[in-house]
Design a protein around this ligand. Structure first.
Ligand code: DGY
Length: 325
């Protein structure tokens, strides 16, 4: 099938090579820029599009899908997480959804480990001293952090990224515990020397570090709510490279301010909330601007996955990374 006739709307600038290859194959309109696209512009662009290539900054909800033109048949998301897309409504309307799993696993886990190290070893506090020119030299008791080795890492969500976190943390001598909807089969669990906890409360209570690696879905929204956060050891820290909505951010902020938790490393925040200014005031909190997959390699490979999903669809088949509700 000639793909030239298919009209494609892309909401953000993608890596140049990906855009160029897409333009060779499809009739592409990049309606966005390096800023999130506003909803009215997206809706207007969707009137005569066959394929939409959105990112996590676009909310593809039921009203938007209802307002889109009849031709829309594929949403080829540039990204792994699809919590910004109403996949069930898309399916009801006969629109397929695909994503880009697998290619950002290692880079996101690298960032999870970096956050863990940064918080436990107080790196940003040390950096601030250097940048402010107030370092008074080495001292036996200055900026003491916590050793990773021998500590328990509780991984919430043992999919690809959770497992990649486990591999890294094992190399640092941490003990791996996890909670997941389903227990991993022995072939995966044994090499990680990971202990499964059916009860999330048990995992939360024993962990020195909690790493959030599950997707945001209706059933994981505020999984770490105020009650569960209170089960954490006061010496424990929490790291989140997945989605902000999995943690009740207000409850987390209150506990960090009250000293009921030792620290947090956050790459993601609750949607629409912006970054809570009270989190910015805390020295034991490391905040990053959603950089988990921000390597040139991952962003290129995400684009390649989008292209394969689009081409496969254009050839009359289901995209290899189809997401089902
Ligand atoms: C994704 O792909 O969902 C990531 O969060 C982007 O970094």
């Amino acid at each position: 099938m000639s793909t030239k006739r298919l009209s494609v709307v892309v909401t953000r600038r993608l890596p140049a090579d990906v855009e160029a290859r897409m333009a060779e194959l499809f009739d592409v309109r990049v309606v966005g820029s390096d800023k999130p696209l506003d909803r009215a512009a997206l809706l207007a662009a969707l009137q005569d599009a066959d394929i939409l290539v959105p990112t996590l900054t676009d909310t593809i909800d039921a009203p938007l899908l209802a307002g889109a033109g009849e031709r829309l048949k594929l949403i080829a998301n540039y990204g792994a997480g699809v919590d910004h897309i109403d996949v069930a409504t898309a399916r009801q309307r006969g629109i397929l959804v695909s994503n880009t799993p697998g290619v950002l696993t290692e880079d996101t886990a690298d960032m999870g480990l970096a956050l863990m190290l940064a918080v436990l070893r107080r790196m940003t506090e040390g950096m601030a001293k250097m940048q402010d020119g107030v370092w008074e030299g080495w001292a036996p008791e200055a900026l003491l952090g916590t050793r990773l080795g021998g500590k328990s890492l509780g991984i919430l969500g043992m999919g690809r990224i959770g497992q990649a976190m486990a591999r890294r943390a094992r190399a640092f001598g941490m003990n791996i515990h996890y909670h997941n909807r389903r227990r991993l089969h022995a072939g995966l669990e044994e090499p990680l020397e990971a202990t499964f906890h059916e009860r999330l409360d048990a995992l939360v209570g024993l962990s020195d570090v909690i790493s959030v690696n599950c997707p945001h879905t209706p059933s994981t929204f505020h999984l770490l709510n105020a009650r569960r956060l209170k089960l954490m050891k006061p010496t424990a820290v929490i790291v989140n490279t997945s989605r902000g909505e999995v943690i009740d951010e207000n409850a987390l902020t209150r506990m960090l301010r009250a000293g009921e938790l030792a620290g947090a490393g956050l790459d993601v925040y609750e949607r629409g909330h912006g970054v809570n200014p009270r989190l910015r005031e805390l020295p034991n909190v490391v905040l990053l601007p959603h950089m988990g997959s921000a390597t040139r390699e991952a962003r290129q490979e995400m684009g390649e996955k989008v292209l394969v999903n689009m081409q496969t669809f254009a050839d009359g088949h289901r995209p290899p990374d189809q997401v089902v509700p």
